[in-house]
Design a binder for this molecule. Structure first.
Ligand code: SAH
Length: 349
């Protein structure tokens, strides 16, 4: 990385200071901002109403992040598209485009790799390489939107990486994404998924944004959770749930709990009962996801009957629950797998 200013990660205020520092008028900053975040152009050259001299200065003094699409896989089952993007330093990240009744949703990565070590997850197998910049996060949304020529209305931060482990960049990303001078996605349509870093959940709640928090729970008690999620398990489950309650109190947004059902590990009737007790009285929603098998992890998804029984048990205890519709199951299912294969191919020449 160079120490040039990262222009696409700047908010309008910072960009205005930069442009004024170059002896230009503030309205130029707004024009450039709109080229980047509304029209989502891929170079300074395309900014037709900006003077050539200013563009040249910006080319010299700033970096203009653009992600390159390396590969696209399209599901023949439901049209879900998986994108592999190349970053400027040669790292790769993946994103997923899904079409729902309510519009297009993009799932983005927040880090290259991950250091949380969840036992069922492909993204963490090789550890963390680095954080993504706000520009690299938002570019995933822009490039996909541009490619399909449609407006992206929903964004979920559920790809590779732990977003709350890249907290400041995540906040800036949300600011840019929801800014009225940019793509202007409604905060309510942005979901941040976390393995449960308590201090950062509290800090996010204090931002009073209206983004949806998804908490990866995956176990009904501390012992099982710690085995499955070593880093997240450093926090007591009771603290994690308190943080989720705090999030709801501060933002009014109901928290979603993600629960991957792993055959013989966390899918018994008594697990369901324990989960129901744990969440009783909470204003929440549970999303059950049969675990996506990753060969290095050795876990299998729960049988459909087990999954249905688990759901029934929660419902009987008046917990809102859905079984997540599997999307793109024919295209390198589990997150992190496409990136991992790409890395392996590159290493093997
Ligand atoms: N680090 C964040 C976001 C990225 S993971 C988090 O932990 O929430 C996104 C979601 O996918 C999490 O709920 C994660 O637990 C889940 N996940 C990871 N690997 C999976 C797999 N093999 N099968 C099913 N869900 C998986």
């Amino acid at each position: 990385m160079t120490d040039k200013a990262d222009i696409k990660s700047m908010n309008l205020e910072e960009l205005t200071a930069l442009i004024e520092g170059m002896g230009e008028k503030a309205f130029r900053a707004r024009q450039i901002y709109q080229w980047m975040h509304q029209k989502q152009v891929s170079s300074f050259e395309e900014m037709t109403n900006i003077p050539k001299k200013l563009k040249e200065e910006l080319i010299n003094k700033t970096t203009f992040t653009v992600l390159r699409i390396e590969k696209i896989q399209v599901s023949r089952i439901d049209g879900t598209q998986k994108y592999l993007f190349l970053l400027e330093d040669g790292n790769a990240v993946e994103s997923v485009l899904m079409k729902y009744r309510y519009g297009y949703s993009v799932c983005i990565s927040s880090q290259a790799g991950c250091r949380m070590g969840c036992r069922f997850c492909a993204s963490t197998l090789d550890g963390l390489v680095r954080n993504l910049t706000p520009a690299e996060m938002i570019e995933q949304v822009y490039r996909i939107g541009k490619r399909i020529g449609e407006r992206i209305s929903h964004v979920v931060v559920m790809g590779t990486g732990e977003p709350l482990d890249n907290f400041d960049n995540l906040l800036r990303f949300i600011e840019l994404l929801t800014d009225e001078n940019g793509l202007h996605i409604s905060q309510r349509n942005v979901t941040v998924s976390t393995c449960g870093l308590v201090p950062q959940i509290l800090a996010l709640a204090d931002q009073k944004t209206a983004v949806t928090l998804a908490l990866s729970l995956h176990a009904p008690n501390q012992k099982k959770r710690k085995e499955l999620m070593p880093a997240a398990g450093a926090y007591e489950l009771s603290e994690v749930l308190d943080a989720c309650r705090y999030y709801f109190d501060r933002t009014g947004r109901r928290v979603t709990f993600e629960y991957s059902l792993i055959r013989g590990v966390n899918d018994s009737e008594s697990d369901a009962g324990e989960l129901a007790r744990l969440l009783s009285g909470m204003n929440c929603h549970v999303n059950l996801i049969p675990v996506n098998p990753v060969k290095e992890c050795g876990y299998e998804p729960s049988e459909p009957e087990k999954t249905a029984a688990f759901k029934n048990k929660l419902e009987k205890n008046r917990i809102h629950v859905t079984i997540r519709r599997e999307m793109g199951s024919d295209i390198d299912g589990a997150c992190g797998q496409l990136r991992k294969r790409y890395k392996e191919r590159k290493q093997n020449g």
